[in-house]
Design a protein around this ligand. Structure first.
Ligand code: ATP
Length: 361
């Protein structure tokens, strides 16, 4: 893959407050990358540095092999869509979209043609004559997308563009964003703190924690094989349980509360072999819960139901397990979950490959 956008050793502080700490990552041409992480982890700072709204204290930013670190925003083939679209209220939709090309003094015919293309791209073909205040939130965000894309930027930066929309519109806009990305071929760099949205949209996710890049991989990779307890919990809210790795007859075993189990096989071959404390990750949907003695599970791990919440297709349960200081989260299909009353004793099990041993830090 050829790298389009490269971030090299970038650090930034605001008056002693570290926002980005030695971040390096490269985006492929036409890739859809999401910068994900909790509030304050530096996502917006990096996006603003790519846009040219701020120059990082250290490090370099390259686009197509050319350094753009200190270049002003209007001299980069980069455009940005913000959380709340700022449309010109006195202009109609078509004129809002055309604005950037008018500034460039393009010919009337070219502008008309490109505006029409953009209205089609964002699925607003019949809305060209509407005023901004006559649009819904989702439609305004589509106009903002069209206005940003009409200049054919090489990189489109998206700063939480869906977060102000209600859930139904947001889900629909996710599908639309993917389509716009496919149809334009631009590199999309998207910022969100919504892990579900990041999983749904991205070719790769760059996960940040307190100014540092902690993981950069495809959604399935981060979800199934996170490299840290932080990533396991932030993406998909996995169980991360304190365990001890103890020597056993064949390699190492995992001691969880009062139960000893084999170390999960690591597909990457990176299973730890040294004894001591570690984390064990298990996704809630991998845990099989059944009433004690109902069969189907080994019955080695026992727990009791702390609470359950009905989610339509599953019950989300929290379970207490002797010797384990945190509750286990499990998702139980509704047809099985009706049997699980609060306080009921249950057997728990998961396939060995669903577990993952992670380092303490
Ligand atoms: P959010 O999801 O809340 O927008 P973020 O991950 O985008 O957060 P940034 O906005 O990049 O995070 O902020 C990173 C750190 O820098 C935070 O600790 C923040 O308080 C600090 N920060 C951001 N902008 C400024 C500023 N203009 N002056 C001082 N500190 C700032």
């Amino acid at each position: 893959m050829s790298w389009d956008l490269e971030i090299r050793d970038v650090s930034h502080e605001y008056r002693g407050n570290v926002a980005l700490n030695d971040v390096s990552l490269s985006f492929g041409e036409g890739e859809f990358v999401t910068l994900l992480g909790p509030s304050g982890c530096g996502k917006t700072t990096l996006l603003r540095a790519i846009a040219g709204f701020l120059t990082p204290r250290r490090g370099r930013i390259l686009l197509g092999g050319e350094e753009i670190t200190g270049r002003s925003p209007d001299r980069r083939p980069v455009n940005m869509v913000f959380q709340r679209p700022t449309l010109f209220p006195h202009l109609n939709v078509a004129d809002n979209i055309a604005f950037g090309l008018r500034v460039e003094r393009r010919g009337k015919q070219e502008i008309a043609r490109r505006v029409e293309d953009m209205l089609g791209l964002v699925d607003l073909a019949d809305f060209g004559g509407r005023r901004a205040h006559e649009l819904s939130g989702g439609q305004m965000q589509r106009v903002a997308m069209a206005r940003a894309l009409i200049k054919r930027p090489r990189v489109l930066l998206l700063d939480e563009p869906l977060s102000a929309l209600d859930l139904k519109v947001r889900l629909q806009m996710e599908v639309e964003l993917r389509r716009m990305h496919r149809e334009t071929g631009a590199t999309f760099v998207h910022v969100t703190h919504d892990q579900r949205e990041a999983l749904a949209l991205s070719d790769r996710i760059a996960l940040f924690d307190r100014g540092r890049l902690v993981e950069f991989a495809a959604p399935e990779e981060i979800y199934r094989r996170p490299n840290s307890a932080f990533a396991a919990q932030f993406v998909g809210d996995a169980n991360v349980l304190p365990v001890d790795l103890v020597p056993a007859a064949f390699g190492m075993a995992v001691q969880l509360g009062e139960v000893r189990m084999p170390t999960p096989p690591d597909p990457a071959g990176g299973t730890r072999t040294d004894a001591g404390p570690a984390w064990l990750m298990v996704r809630p949907e991998s845990i099989r819960v059944s009433p004690v003695g109902a069969g189907g599970t080994s019955g080695r791990l026992r727990g009791s139901v702390l609470d359950t919440a009905y989610r339509g297709d599953v019950f989300s349960c929290r379970l207490s397990v002797p010797g384990v200081p945190v509750p286990l989260k499990a998702e139980v299909p509704v047809e099985e979950g009706v049997l699980l009353d609060v306080g009921a004793d249950v057997d728990l099990a998961w396939p060995p490959e669903a577990g993952r041993v992670l380092p303490l830090d």
